[in-house]
Design a protein around this ligand. Sequence first.
Ligand code: MOS
Length: 710
Amino acid sequence: MNAASPAGLRRPDGPAKLTGTARYAADTPADGAAYAVLVGATVPTGRLTALHTEAARGAPGVSAVLTAEDLPEMPLGPLVQPLPMRRSRNGAIDYEGQPIAIVLADGWERARYAAGLVRAEYADVRRPVVFDEAPDAVEREPLLSPPDEAKGDVAAGLAAAHTVVSATYTTADRHHSPMEPSATYARWDGDRLTVHDSVQSIGLTQLTLSTAFGVPFESVRVICPFIGGGFGCKGYVWPHQLLTAAAAKVTGRPVKLALTRTQMFTSCGHQPTTRQSVTLGADARGRLTALRHTSANAASLHGDHAEGATEASTWMYASPAIEVRRRIRHTDRPEPTPMRAPHQGPGMFALESAMDELAYATGIDPVELRLRNEPETDPLTGRPFSSRELRACLLRAADRFGWGDRTPEPRSMRDGDELIGWGMAAATMDTFRFAATARVRVDADGHVRVECGTQEIGTGLPGVIATIASDVLGTDPDAVEVRFGDTGLPPAWMTAGSSATMGVGSAVHAAATELKEKLGALGASGMGFAGSLGAAGFLEAEAGWGPEEGSDLAGRSRTYSMHTYGAVFAEVRVDEELGLVRVARCTAGYAAGRIINPLTARSQMTGGLAWGIGQALLENSRFDGHFGRFVSKNLAGYTVPVNADIPELDVFFVDDHDPHASPLGAKGIGELGAVGAGAAIANAVFHATGKRLRDAPMGIAEVMAAGAAR
Ligand code: MOS
């Protein structure tokens, strides 16, 4: 495959999206459907004692107002997030925004108006448990992942160290905020259920719905042609999807529901705030003698969501002694969920800030410090790296950025009223891999069709699929038709964890290869094989791919230390009068296995860098400790970067090929871009101002409070 060929530049889903003809879940024709709006609890704790629905029932166009008593029991399968819905049967309220009723009407505005007429009464509402007001609160081990890992003697390593740095860092609650809010259309035909949804796994949705309604798996069809951004908040199944299907079942007519932007802040997860401590010991030459990293994140009251913020500290740097510990603290927040670059996104903010502190404490250049601590094998497990090109990322990105011109002293670079800061950080991301199957078919006229039950989340996956299939078959990629987003197609798993190119791509490669062999057996040469395809007039092959046996449930290798890497360099300009930090330019180099489609791969990384800029400077969903809810449930109060916040981004990939990650040599790319930028910016702020800000985001108020402005 020629990564640089124009074939790598295609985006077959582009025209439909640009012209507005791409159909998203909420665009499904109403077809006699009722429009549904959820009513959420206005308190975060306590019990629902009365629900007054008469006014809503009498409002214009309203056909039904359903409460917990009206809906069937819905047993939940694995990986389902709406635990609280089960509890609301006995009136328990676990978070503000928890669904307590669903209003159906003949128009969305009418349903929304009527929803505002529902009145609830509550009892036993207590002061909510928050995260940040009780830093010494009881912390629990998460159930689903190993919380503690260690090797060597950290205490001895610290005692023997020439230099020790130790500090606490925090990251904020953040919301995914996709352009397309979650939406579901559900229709029952007897015992058969058809759902149009905006989800990162049509298969998991199918499984969850069939379990909830006690119908055969095959009786549920889930359709999701496009996702207008997910970033993790559409990865699992949430209450609104089950409630929409339940409302359709109870009322006997199709139901269409779209969450409001406000509901997107309570109804499908968020990235939880973390508090992390990092302690590093180093010898006189900057080589680590000990590394300790602990993290606690806010979880919901009954949930178990753990941010694996300490994971990367086990594989990033050589150290004879490593100790990581991870805890969760239950709070009265809605349920968190993975968000773009889970684990390493929050975790590397802390580790890479700490490495910068160590660089200053030892007087060693931050790039050089990282090079000196580059390990030969996985520092914790001793496993070989499947591929690791961090060194090349660091050196080449430093060169492109012009790092050699930096004067290391804080406050030493200035342009008029602006302080200039140059900072850098390394990036890494775990390698999740999921099984997939695909079918490739060729017609007598040479038309090629690829079918796979995956999802297009906005990354350009159809272009990757077309590129891979056309490369194997020697056809024109523009002539390859790609079908996806329907559980009737060969199954694939979640579009999450930056895994799609490995899983789906490898399955497409396998199916196309098999088809090519079949064509060869028929003596068909080139694409002029009309007549050789027999009476059917077409030939097809279906094949699959999955991570090797012994991998964990998320497809992570247990044989190799398998990760992606990068290096991010940022220049910030700090207005001393305003306390305003702006990113002026950014250079980032990544090593993520073989790059299949350079154009969309680059877009993934620039998108990720925008997420990193948001993490460092803007995104903070403040949780109100009195009312127990997120304060700004809209995009005015919860700020995300806009174009004006994003400078020119210089992104490149270093040559990398990982034969162990996938047969294509490819690894995951999407989430890697959202790692590292946060710390690079924080480190640049230190270089600019001489003040170390350890709490993300670093908004104007925080910069002022740190005394980093005048
Ligand atoms: Mo992603 S947070 O794995 O959708």
